[in-house]
Design a protein around this ligand. Structure first.
Ligand code: NAD
Length: 322
């Protein structure tokens, strides 16, 4: 079996690759793995160092149809993690988001169709639904994105849906809640807070800090993506819910407690434009396939803090690059 992982040098994709090449997904044991990644500011080959020598690497762009026509044929499974992924950057400049998250998805789906790939998974996000005050979204909820990032991911999802319906491309979509874990770029909130605390700096909290997110450890997200690759129905969407719902202030307080630091390190800063108040997924469809997140938030956050404290050589250069 040959598996192509697009965006495999990023936070989540690299976790998937490290687990895959270590035999962590028994159904794909012994698979030959190709990572295709453009290595943007968010891609980092150091994320794949523990898997070195156990995958083929192609530096390239998912928007490059010519490259895809050479790389994709021969692969049985394609999993797409490649994306521009940071909401704040999409507010500053959305063009790259539309390019990679919409045009790149179209180019990749076309290449998969042309090559007769038998299983495709598009990795997406709960943010495509907008914001929900109460209750939870199921997979039939209307797409109502509110940030350029979310809109571009929704566009990519609709392209996948169209390729599934029009061409019968065997693509399934996963939509996951907020991830945390090792190797996450320091621009995202958990590593931002952890590395600031490690350096004795304050925690910038947007607005009143009452924005609610569901948190999933990256290992559970990747296990869910793998489950969908193995058992998901072509053309279907699968939600990947978390193990805890927290406000930003709750998150800040938990991390302060892990460092034994004082709450006066919390600094309220101007709110993000169009900031979604709350996300919440109903993931019963995936749970019916056997999904059950295994990493509790308390244990997962403590291990994540430990990882950043043990690996300043990974995040200090990343801080300087961004
Ligand atoms: P990331 O920014 O850490 O990694 C993205 C990777 O894609 C990087 O390695 C980057 O170099 C690569 N890439 C970007 N543009 C590319 C292009 N044009 N061609 C090839 N490679 C390109 O992102 P992440 O947090 O690992 O997210 C992975 C996926 O999961 C994304 O699709 C994201 O929307 C989705 N997701 C993320 C979260 C989260 O909390 N981080 C939650 C739900 C869904």
């Amino acid at each position: 079996m040959r598996v192509l992982v697009a965006g495999g040098a990023g936070f989540i994709g690299s976790h998937y690759v490290r687990t895959l090449v270590s035999g962590g997904y028994p159904a794909f044991a012994g698979a030959r793995v190709t990572v295709l990644d453009r290595l943007t500011y968010a891609g980092n080959l150091a994320n794949l160092a523990p898997a070195a020598g156990r995958f083929d690497f192609v530096r390239g762009d998912v928007c490059d149809a010519g490259l895809l026509a050479r790389v994709v044929p021969g692969h049985d499974v394609v999993v797409n993690f490649a994306a521009e992924s940071h909401v704040d950057r999409s507010i500053a400049d959305a063009a790259g988001f539309v390019r990679t998250n919409v045009e790149g998805v179209q180019a990749l789906m076309q290449a998969c169709l042309d090559a007769g790939v038998r299983r495709v998974v598009q990795v997406s996000t709960d943010e495509v639904y907008g914001s929900i005050e109460e209750g939870a979204w199921d997979e039939g909820a209307p797409l109502a994105p509110r940030s350029p990032y979310a809109a571009s991911k929704a566009g990519g999802d609709l392209i996948c849906r169209a390729y599934a319906i029009t061409h019968g491309l065997p693509v399934s979509i996963t939509r996951c809640a907020n991830n945390y874990g090792p190797y996450q770029h320091v621009e995202k909130v958990v590593p931002r807070f952890v590395t600031n605390l490690a350096e004795g700096r304050g925690l910038p909290v947007y607005g009143d800090g009452g924005h609610v997110r569901e948190w999933v450890h990256v290992a559970d997200h990747c296990a869910a993506v793998q489950l969908v690759a193995e058992l998901g129905e072509p053309g279907e969407v699968y939600h990947v819910g978390g193990t805890a719902e927290l406000t930003t202030l709750d998150l800040a307080r938990r991390l302060l407690a892990l460092f034994g630091a004082d709450e006066n390190l919390i600094e309220h800063v101007a709110d993000r434009k169009g900031h979604d108040r709350r996300y919440r997924l109903d993931d019963s469809r995936l749970r019916a396939l056997g999904y059950a997140p295994e990493v509790g938030l308390e244990e997962g956050l403590a291990a994540t803090v430990r990882w950043y404290l043990d690996n300043p050589s990974w995040w200090k250069p990343v801080t300087q690059r961004s």
